[in-house]
Design a protein around this ligand. Structure first.
Ligand code: SAM
Ligand code: SF4
Length: 330
């Protein structure tokens, strides 16, 4: 029988973000340091362990799973994993966040494997700046990947843009024009201070309210109560019914009271909150009890009681969480 997980504050947990790898073909300046060391392979959950976790989650009321990373498309066997997870009875939707660099190859197979929606990261439309922000990436590959995703038949394709003061805030209107002309959604994200990335983040906050003010110069923004089951708040654009603009505002609008999610890191740590170091070592439990889910389930249920009431990123952008975003399952 399906039971639903509820945390210590009465919030039902029905959404899990699973990081399938901490590796990536990019090195984005807000996500990683320049010289990242990645986990040895044996510390990463196997595909079988990832599927076992997904089965456990869905059997206990989780209806939405997002595969992320690192870059999920660098994990070997990702399409087969998607196929197995999307077939789990009770799962409402399997979705993915990707940097888009390999979508010309993967978009169609992912759609056929049951991935319903894609979030693709794109912070700039300027090739040189794209190279600077990702340190190694090539803009055209991602633009081609976005086109491939549009043609592959997903229910929706959304662009994610992290806005960093002094880096790309001058492209907010251009990025919005880009999605409007293609009928895509976009979400603007405030940078979170996860891990030491080799620069101060104090000056880098560009708040969602500032983004909204800039957008209002060109577009008429209409309030919306849309909810896609994540932390974003949305507005519609008058005369552009196919585009929604979302805002993820960990600094300026705390969304913790409605938090319905937990994260599983690539090494199998169940993170109860992105802005907090509490976790449960699921990998140890899965390996200690290879044939018995009961002790794992009991540990998860107990751990959920420690999910904190709210995150608290300090206003000065000071790093309190040492984990990098790629290791957290962003
Ligand atoms: N590699 C994939 C990608 O870039 O879309 C998936 C993983 S990435 C960690 C997931 C999302 O987190 C991306 O949209 C990325 O822009 C965002 N992100 C990474 N570091 C962040 C930070 N410090 N603050 C806010 N968002 C961040
Ligand atoms: Fe890789 Fe995504 Fe992090 Fe960029 S944000 S370094 S693409 S994991």
């Amino acid at each position: 029988m399906t039971s639903t997980w509820v945390d210590g504050y009465g919030r039902a947990i029905d959404y899990v973000r699973m990081s399938v790898t901490d590796r990536c073909d990019f090195r984005c300046i807000y996500c990683m340091s320049e010289n990242m060391t990645f986990l040895p392979r044996q510390q990463i959950l196997t595909l079988e362990e990832l599927l076992r976790c997904a089965q456990l989650f869905v059997a206990n009321g989780v209806t939405k799973i997002r595969l992320t990373g690192g870059e999920p498309l660098v994990r070997k066997g990702i399409v087969g994993l998607c196929e197995s997870i999307s077939a789990l009875p009770g799962l409402r939707e399997l979705v993915m966040t990707t940097n888009g660099s390999q979508l010309t190859r993967f978009a169609k197979p992912l759609a056929e494997a049951g991935v319903k929606r894609l979030n693709i990261s794109l912070d700039t439309l300027c090739p040189e700046r794209f190279r600077e922000m990702t340190r190694v990436g090539e803009l055209q590959r991602v633009l081609d990947g976005i086109e491939a995703a549009r043609e592959a038949g997903f229910e929706s394709v959304k662009i994610n843009a992290v806005v960093i003061n002094g880096r790309n805030e001058d492209e907010i209107l251009r990025l919005t024009d880009f999605v409007v002309s293609r009928g895509l959604d976009i979400t603007f994200i405030e940078e979170m201070p996860l891990g030491h990335v080799g620069r101060s983040r104090e000056q880098s906050l560009f708040s969602s309210d500032q983004v909204r003010d800039l957008l209002a110069q060109e577009y008429r923004l209409l309030p919306s109560s849309d909810n896609t089951g994540g932390p974003a708040r949305y507005v519609h654009l008058q005369d552009h019914p196919h585009t929604r603009v979302g805002f993820i505002s960990p600094h300026s609008n705390n969304f913790c009271s409605t938090c319905n999610r937990v994260r599983l890191t690539a090494e199998g740590k169940l993170l109860l909150c992105l802005g907090n170091e509490h976790d449960l070592d699921m990998r140890a439990l899965l390996r200690r009890y290879p044939l018995d889910n009961q002790p794992v389930l009991e540990a998860v249920r107990a751990a959920l009681q420690y999910k904190p009431e709210r995150h608290d990123f300090s206003a000065d952008g000071e790093v309190q969480i040492l984990r990098f975003m790629n290791a957290s399952g962003g």
